[in-house]
Design a binder for this molecule. Sequence first.
Ligand SMILES: Cc1ncc(COP(=O)(O)O)c(C=O)c1O
Length: 368
Amino acid sequence: MIKVNAPYIGEEEIEAVSQVLRDGYLAYGPKAREFEERFAEYLNVKYVKTLSNGTVALYALLKALGIGPGDEVIVPDFSFIATASAVALTGGRPVFADIDLDTYTLSLEEIENKVSRRTKALIVVHLYGHPADMDPIMRLAEENGLLVIEDCAQSHGATYKGVKVGGIGTGSAFSFYATKNLTMGEGGAVATNSEEVANYVELLRNHGQERRYWHISLGWNFRITNIQGAIGLSQLGKLDRMNERRREIAKIYNELLESVDNHLKTPIEKPWAKHVYHQYTIWVNDESLRDELSRYLSMRGIQTGIHYPHPLHEQPALRGFAVKGACCPNAFNASKHVLSLPMHPGLSDEDVIHVAENVIRFFKDARL
Ligand SMILES: Cc1ncc(COP(=O)(O)O)c(C=O)c1O
């Protein structure tokens, strides 16, 4: 089976974990701290605070920025649920906005449409590893006094006009889930240049503890372990190489799938963007063929994914926040047309060619 996504683990992670186990320092400790320092350098931001996962990172960042009951936060209607549920869990209101279909990221016009006097912030998701067009978004946010949060769960190492995403907005949240471009198995982080935000997140993740057994605010245990820190450090050391391999794979797909460009669209990379292909997601023109293609590939040992099969406003858990009337036609259409093909650094050229050939054969066999 050629998996759609998979972690890329080598001897270096195994050795790093063994070392932590041998040392016996298992909870949050020196490896986790070192990861924070190195990742902050990598992103060119002042502070990185690791947290248990990306959902908690979004939540902690929103809380640090003062989001709570009565506040509206604009979110793309097309993302993983955590982008919106983190807002709802603070007591704030996620306001769904449509996406731009070139990049699958938040549409500028839609932000303008959705701003109200209650809007405090917006969350930009660099979906699939392609950055959103940040300059106009930052300008619009400034004009309207909005905070900008970057959801970088899928975009470790992606750049916008040469600048790494995660250091452009007011603060950003990363996920280090098993299949992310950088993994710790589970894990997350807030990155920010604000000392105030970093201090708030530090307290929230560690029971509001200012010094040992002295707690100045209520908090949680959102810490990672030293084992996660060690895995993260090994992964960070090879992140750029892993992203380069993802880009090579995308290039092979793009070239081969050109022969069926009447049936599908391959991902776009804007001139100002460096795409890191967390997913390689195609748009199948005929929506009635999307699931058929997925089954066809599955029968031939090729796994695919649908990221995501429902726009967020349709999720039962979030329906209370949906506005009546037509919301977000692009997000709705994307949920019917997108299909993610296998994409991870462990794929060989032969694997990628094999997948592309099967996609091509599907359209030829379908005699369309
Ligand atoms: C866009 C996006 N935001 C947030 C998250 C949440 O991250 P985690 O699964 O680490 O909680 C994910 C993870 O899948 C994601 O893809």
